[in-house]
Write a protein that binds this ligand. Structure first.
Ligand code: BTX
Length: 328
């Protein structure tokens, strides 16, 4: 794999042709091995021109996602350094849990082009059409108590919001705890699942679903009024691989400083993007439903809300909605 990376680097550096002999010398592999690598690259969607007596040249890099192309150009230290890509799976979350139990390291990433049974929270489903979005799960092994796990969801949401803000002039917002909205519509959702024992998180599988290149008619009709994609909102097609790489880079930075410095900075960023903070909404939990004003988030990531009588409450799990029909 690293030979292959070096091979691509050599070809990319050289604007002209690089001879098979030159490649074989620099990489210390046989001419036959060079030739085999070229065939593998073609399978991954690289367009390579081979000219007799001159050598090889990369004409274009692939759009088609693969583990290799995703890793190439990935500017991270630990996140996604182990990265597994599938064309189609039921759910990347499921695979994340399998990898965790096989002992795969912190920072392992699973990505699929399509999910047959993408899942949301509380057994809801997540529509994950082929090649249209980012369907990925990140395996984390944080040295944290289980009660801090919800902070990771909020952290992930700020990362997605920052990515959108970096690349567009749109105004992404986060609806507590885990929805990324653009212009009031859900573009992305996060699902954090944890395995804990005693007072220690064993691992977290953090799932990110992001609608990227769907057109309006590719969003299921029943959610079209409340869901959108980056393409619909920005009016342009996105490069999915680059978008994944940006998310992973931002995630790693944000996560590293969270581990070093705590939740405070994430909380600030989250509140900057926070949706309907200061406004009146309807909150429902398993037990009841009431009107309240959203105040902000707590240092531990819980939502703080104030009811009509001025009583404040910390919420760890609830649904927030407003207007007709509600939103969930
Ligand atoms: P959630 O429970 O907050 O949102 C699920 C709800 O959102 C659904 O009930 C539906 O109304 C709506 N919905 C379904 N699909 C979409 C979509 N593509 N875009 C916008 N709205 C939608 C949010 O759960 C967490 C989603 C995590 C998805 C990732 S994808 C990678 C990983 N693997 C996996 O199976 N789940 C996660």
């Amino acid at each position: 794999e690293s030979t292959r990376k070096q091979l691509i680097d050599l070809l990319e550096k050289e604007k002209g042709y690089v001879s098979g002999q030159q490649l074989s010398d620099s990489l210390n592999i046989s001419r036959t091995a060079v030739w085999k690598h070229m065939n593998e690259l073609k399978k991954d969607g690289y367009q390579i021109e081979a000219v007799r007596k001159k050598g090889y040249k990369i004409l274009s890099s692939p759009d088609k996602i693969s583990g290799n192309t995703l890793q190439w150009g990935l500017e991270t230290k630990w996140l996604g350094q182990k990265l597994i890509h599938f064309d189609q799976v039921e759910s990347t979350q499921e695979i994340g849990h399998q990898l965790a139990s096989q002992g795969k390291p912190h920072g392992t990433v699973v990505i699929a082009d399509a999910q047959g049974k993408g899942r949301g929270r509380m057994a809801r489903n997540w529509h994950s059409p082929k090649g249209k979005g980012i369907w990925m799960s990140i395996l984390l092994r944080p040295d944290l108590p289980p009660m801090r796990a919800p902070q990771l969801t909020l952290l992930a949401a700020t990362v997605l919001a920052k990515m959108v803000r970096e690349k567009t002039n749109l105004h992404p917002q986060i609806k507590w705890p885990n929805d990324l909205l653009i212009d009031h519509k859900k573009v992305s959702g996060i699902l954090t699942e944890m395995q804990a024992e005693h007072d220690q998180i064993q691992y977290v599988v953090l799932g990110i679903g992001m609608n990227v290149n769907q057109q309006l008619n590719e969003i299921p009709q029943d959610i079209r009024h409340k869901a959108s994609s980056l393409k619909i909102e920005s009016g342009q097609e996105w490069d999915i691989q680059q978008t994944i790489q940006s998310i992973l880079r931002l995630f790693e930075n944000t996560y590293d400083s969270y581990v070093e410095q705590g939740f405070e900075q994430v909380k600030k960023e989250w509140e900057h993007f926070g949706y309907r903070i200061g406004e009146e909404v309807t909150i429902s939990t398993m037990r009841r439903e009431w009107q309240a004003t959203l105040i902000g988030i707590e240092p531990d990531g819980a939502l703080r809300a104030r009811d009509k009588d001025g009583n404040e409450e910390k919420l760890y799990s609830a649904e927030i909605h407003w207007g007709e029909g509600g939103y969930h």
